[in-house]
Design a protein around this ligand. Structure first.
Ligand SMILES: Nc1ncnc2c1ncn2[C@@H]1O[C@H](COP(=O)(O)OP(=O)(O)OP(=O)(O)O)[C@@H](O)[C@H]1O
Length: 230
């Protein structure tokens, strides 16, 4: 389980997170919504161990991200634009990043991760520089699969994806969650949040002001609640 326990974060006098607490259990997809500056990326960056909270704790299982750096190996990260090597193919990028995480796979195994991430076979050996944003993201998902990550953090993963790519992305996220992966996703996309998430949190000025299960709310109701809240 991912757990935020009373997280606060102060940047040069500005309080960006105020006593933020939530959990993301295995199999859950928790989508964080909120205006620009609400604190979503700060939350993700704390779980990535990139910044240290001013107070409170970010836990993976029972391990503190700060105190136990090895706990980070269970995490994969999919940013808005997945950064990969443009002159390597999808397959070569996957091989490189898997090795970096300590996993050595055969070419067949690597291809099967790309297949699970829904990257069409004819693209596997093409240079990354020829890939669309959605295709890059699929390589990012394949890397998460190859790392055997129990936790995946995502920051604006659907921004700029066309509707078909978003639907495919939602499907893969749901498959991952069915396999027990816990996903924490920051997004501005209300429709995708309802579609992908199992739980939604609305943040305002560093606090979580609403948490709801997606089964209990429609996209229209969520939009109304969001507008009322922020
Ligand atoms: N490195 C930093 N130094 C100072 N202030 C920062 C820093 N990073 C973020 N902030 C401030 O912290 C607050 C939260 O920012 P954060 O990026 O977490 O918001 P967000 O919800 O992810 O926004 P967006 O939707 O625009 O990505 C903002 O007021 C921002 O200006």
């Amino acid at each position: 389980m991912l757990q935020a326990k009373n997280l606060s974060m102060r940047y040069e006098g500005k309080l960006a997170l105020k006593n933020l607490s939530f959990t993301v259990a295995p199999g859950e997809i928790f989508c964080l919504l909120g205006q620009n500056g609400a604190g979503k990326t700060t939350t993700i960056n704390i779980f990535l161990g990139l910044i240290e909270p001013t107070s409170g704790e970010a836990l993976i299982g029972n391990s503190s991200i700060i105190k136990n750096k090895s706990s980070r190996s269970a995490i994969a990260y999919i940013p808005e634009i997945v950064q990969l090597y443009g002159n390597l193919s999808g397959l070569e990028n996957l091989e490189f990043f898997s090795r970096l995480a300590g996993f050595v796979y055969s070419q067949e195994e690597l291809a099967s991760f790309l297949q699970c991430a829904n990257l069409q076979e004819e693209a596997h050996k093409k240079r990354l520089s020829t890939y669309s944003k959605g295709m890059r993201q699929k390589v990012g998902i394949a890397i998460a699969l190859a790392k055997n990550a129990n936790y995946i953090l995502m920051d604006e993963p659907t921004s700029g994806l066309d509707p078909k790519a978003s639907v495919e992305f939602a499907k893969i996220c749901k498959e991952l969650s069915t396999n027990g992966v816990a996903i924490l996703m920051a997004t501005h996309d209300i429709f995708n949040a309802v579609n992908i998430g199992s739980k939604i949190g609305i943040m305002r000025e560093g606090t979580l002001v609403h948490t709801t299960e997606t089964s209990k709310i429609s996209a229209q109701e969520l939009q109304d609640l969001y507008i009322k809240t922020i």
